[in-house]
Write a protein that binds this ligand. Structure first.
Ligand SMILES: [Zn+2]
Length: 202
């Protein structure tokens, strides 16, 4: 289940049609949803490795809804299950979050992650860092750390709350962490971007 995205060389020239809006897009801009025989019936094929009937869709609310309402996803699900758009969104969100947590465990295992303000600042000052993640409710020095990260070309993202970040690391609360492995950082950022896109209304 774990693994870093982009290991496999993808054919970047191939285009697919989004079954939600009907527009064509580069394959990387779409996610593949696969219909399965049992709950939750729809799985997001993050590494494009799952077999089965799949459709490509923009990972945004409007396209997912359209795909389920009258698009190919509705057809693929016909006779399998009645699935509400909200439950598919929730499921995708859960799978992406699950993947981020897996990637964070990998980073922890190889000691390529700094947790908490002091540890993060020490790495950034030493110009190390590929992705800085700040909790939505983080205060205090989060802004300063974000500036510091940006100044050394480290990507930044906002995700979750201090409580949910803490949970991911079996702590009570965590306001900020820094990933210092480029591949893992890129894979996490890709998931976080997708989670964000899915929560946007437009
Ligand atoms: Zn679309």
């Amino acid at each position: 289940m774990l693994g870093v995205m982009g290991e496999k060389e993808r054919d970047r020239t191939s285009q697919r049609m989004c079954v939600g809006c009907g527009n064509r897009a580069e394959r990387d801009e779409l996610v593949r949803l696969v219909v399965g025989p049992s709950a939750p019936f729809v799985a997001v094929d993050l590494g494009r490795r799952l077999g089965g009937r799949g459709v490509s869709v923009h990972l945004r609310r409007r396209c997912v809804h359209e795909a389920l309402r009258r698009g190919a996803l509705a057809r693929a699900l016909r006779g399998v299950a009645e699935v509400e758009p909200e439950s598919v969104e929730r499921m995708i969100d859960e799978q992406l979050t699950q993947r981020v947590r897996g990637l964070l465990s990998s980073a922890l295992r190889i000691r390529r992650i700094a947790l908490g303000t002091e540890a993060v600042r020490a790495e950034l000052v030493a110009t190390r860092g590929d992705l800085l993640v700040v909790a939505e409710d983080a205060r205090g020095r989060a802004t300063e750390l974000t500036k510091l990260a940006t100044s050394i070309g480290c990507a930044t993202a906002t995700w979750g709350t201090k409580a949910s970040l803490g949970e991911a690391f079996l702590r009570q609360e965590l306001g900020v962490f820094l990933v210092t492995d480029r591949g893992i950082a890129r894979a996490i950022l890709e998931c976080l971007t997708q989670i964000e896109a899915l929560s946007e209304d437009e």
